[in-house]
Design a protein around this ligand. Structure first.
Ligand SMILES: *Cc1c(COP(=O)(O)O)cnc(C)c1O
Length: 426
């Protein structure tokens, strides 16, 4: 019997046996002991399951990865040290030097930099398309060497909503998977795999942890993409890996296990971007209340978006839960339970007014963070997105006057009073 999502938040991923710890144990050990070299050799040949070195896998992390896989309705998952590592692993696991990826232009600034600068240096090329492009425009972005399509369910910070079915259809027509970064929506608000996405990534640093306590990421594989049917495109999964005695991941581990097995065996082995078991434990405390917190984040943000929209000193508000928002219809389809806690808006008077407003806030602190219990705000053009010029900012849907407000779990009346007094001073 499949449990409902609230039950998975609380109890998923870990089932203690009789007399075992009720809470997930923190296995604070880099190594694991075996009785014979043969036993250990079988692990190195990927012929047996087990742990031998925490750079690749740790039991605490695996319990929590399993919970997130269940939350997303996926087949397998792995934790990473950050959201950046998760997106890098998800893409680099199937696209390497000489390959090409189609990505939505409306994505997190760090991911944009990873793709457009760092992965470009590694020989992977990206074509960025507007999330609002027509199916024809999307199709025209593909090349013979395209290996994946990438987008964010709710983009950080532009708050565009991805038409997951449109992007999935385009990817599948070309025989490649759709990777969706579901950080802002979380599986509580949207499960991209159910709409046709193949791989889901997270910065667990955000709502999943929810308390700004532990950095982390996660990659979830839906397990349904048929790598072998497109074996010419995915030699890494469909031809022998000489570094593991010729294992063919898609054969040995099947559609359900191949993607995460390969990412663990190769990328985690070689890059080691592993989450610490301490961080995984903290992440799990956040996951236990994710369903309760997301509902309140959404309620608070909806009320504050409506308050800002009616305020004379506010130039514009972007929140897909507002009836006039360009993404309202897509949000009704993909985010029926709420549009997360992040609202963006422009203060009349532009850049300078935005900075004055932010300095006057008492509850909403200025922080390079988003999606946690405490309300915080950010001016992307002067911080997270400062590497982008005005044209790139516009293409990414982040105008220079944009203030990103991450609405927390405080009293919404207190928050509105704080916003009102800060706006009075502008
Ligand atoms: C923050 C964020 C990331 C990067 O995650 P880190 O945990 O900071 O490395 C990736 N994608 C989205 C949508 C984010 O908000």
């Amino acid at each position: 019997m499949d449990n409902r999502i609230e039950t998975i938040c609380v109890q998923g991923g870990y089932r203690p046996g009789s007399g075992e710890p009720r809470q997930v144990p923190i296995i604070q050990s880099t190594t694991y002991k075996y009785d014979s070299s043969e036993e250990m050799g079988r692990l190195f040949d990927l012929e047996a399951e087990g742990y031998f070195y925490s750079r690749l896998q740790n039991p605490t992390c695996d319990h929590i990865a399993r919970k997130i896989a269940q939350l997303e309705g996926g087949a397998a998952a792995m934790l990473t040290s950050s959201g950046q590592a998760a997106n890098f692993y998800a893409v680099f696991n199937i696209a390497s030097c000489g390959d090409h990826v189609v990505a939505s232009s409306s994505i997190y600034g760090g991911t944009y930099n990873l793709f457009a600068v760092t992965m470009k240096k590694m020989g992977v090329e990206f074509t960025f398309v507007s999330p609002d492009c027509t199916p024809q425009e999307l199709d025209a972005a593909f090349r013979p060497n395209t290996k994946a399509v990438f987008g964010e369910t709710i983009a950080n910070p532009a708050l565009t909503v991805l038409d997951i079915e449109k992007f999935a259809a385009a990817a599948h027509r070309r025989g490649v998977p759709l990777i969706v970064d579901n950080t802002f929506a979380t599986p509580i608000l949207c499960r991209p795999l159910a709409w046709g996405a193949d791989i889901v990534t997270h910065s667990t640093t955000k709502y999943m942890d929810g308390h700004a306590a532990a950095l982390g990421g996660c990659v979830v594989d839906g397990g349904r993409f048929d790598w072998m049917a497109h074996s010419d495109k995915f030699p890494g999964l469909c031809t022998p890996d000489e570094s593991y005695h010729g294992v063919i991941y898609a054969e040995r581990f099947g559609g359900e296990g191949a993607f995460i097995q390969k990412a663990t065996a190769q990328l985690m082995r070689d890059f080691g971007s592993m989450m610490s078991p301490q961080s995984a434990f903290i992440l799990n405390l956040g996951l236990e209340s994710l369903h309760v917190r997301m509902a309140r984040h959404c309620e608070n943000a909806q009320a504050i978006a409506e308050f800002l929209q009616s305020h004379p000193k506010i130039a514009w508000v972007r929140y897909s839960g507002l009836a006039g928002d360009p993404y309202f219809q897509l949000a009704r389809k993909y985010l029926p339970n709420g549009s997360c806690g992040v609202v963006s808006f422009g203060v009349k008077g532009g850049r300078q007014a935005a900075e004055t407003f932010m300095a006057r806030l008492k509850l909403g602190t200025i922080a390079t963070h988003v999606a946690d219990a405490r309300t915080c705000c950010l001016h992307p053009a002067s911080s997270t997105h400062r590497q982008m010029n005005d044209a790139e900012l516009a293409a990414a849907g982040v105008p220079a006057d944009l203030v990103r407000l991450s609405v927390g779990l405080e009293s919404r009346e207190d928050l509105m009073e704080d916003l009102a007094q800060a706006l009075d001073g502008v």
